[in-house]
Write a protein that binds this ligand. Sequence first.
Ligand SMILES: *Cc1c(COP(=O)(O)O)cnc(C)c1O
Length: 293
Amino acid sequence: MHHIDNPYAPIEEIHQPQFQQKKVKLFLKREDLSHPYISGNKWRKLKYHLLAAKAQNKEILVTFGGAYSNHLLATAAAGAKYGFKTHGFVRGHEVSNPVLHLCKLFGMQLQFVSRENYRQKESLFSNYFGLNQSAVNIPEGGAGPLGEQGVAEIFEEKQMKENFEHIFCSVGTGGTLRGLIKGLHANHIEAHLHGVVVLKGAEEMDQEFLDLSSNNYTLHHRFHVGGYAKTNEVLLAYIQNFASTTGVLLDQVYEGKMMLGIQTLVAENYFKPGSKILALHNGGLVGLLGMIR
Ligand SMILES: *Cc1c(COP(=O)(O)O)cnc(C)c1O
């Protein structure tokens, strides 16, 4: 493996009466279709980590995540696909759920660690893999410059040069938005980026983008619905309605909140009539299965 193909992630228009009324057009970039389990931004963020690991002859990908981590699952599936063993440190006591079950099917060795130990990721790696030359530490969420490089490449796609005035993504760690800011600049694309933050009280996060010296992005802090992975009736009803009227499933942790945010902004006349809005759908749909009981 010296090369990883670009993912299949077409852009589709979403037709909803609310958008038509306000004379805006909404498009979804279906990054969720790139792979059923290495979905969306996790695929993009892993790409250069995997190529670097191969170039250094590493054999074991070691990484970290919570019990519902899309990144753990992506690493497990990508590791299996590209010929690596995988080891996942999972935050908290041992549990079972669809995400972890799939990780195990893809051959990932799971190791549950206390919340205190989980915070010391470097120590966990060096205690268990420090002497193992074939192991590589992949940062949680595929973060860092390599992860951002993979995300930035989205703007090299021809379909991204279609003059969208506004481009949205949801924001957890912010790595995806950082990559998008970099890619926008590198490709001289004139669009305004928007990050819908899914964590509560994360306003200080705005500082984390200052080093990119860009002013064409906005972080929205009003749509977290109570905090990370929290939901409410409005969000769940929105997801239900969206799925049944468009055929597109949205997860409740990230993309449901992003779309509810966009819908709210449309209703508030935030966008000029005639605007073309693009939202990245980064998948995360296995997490939805954990909710079904
Ligand atoms: C991880 C994830 C995000 C958040 O990406 P960050 O780079 O951490 O901000 C958004 N959507 C989905 C579906 C994800 O899995």
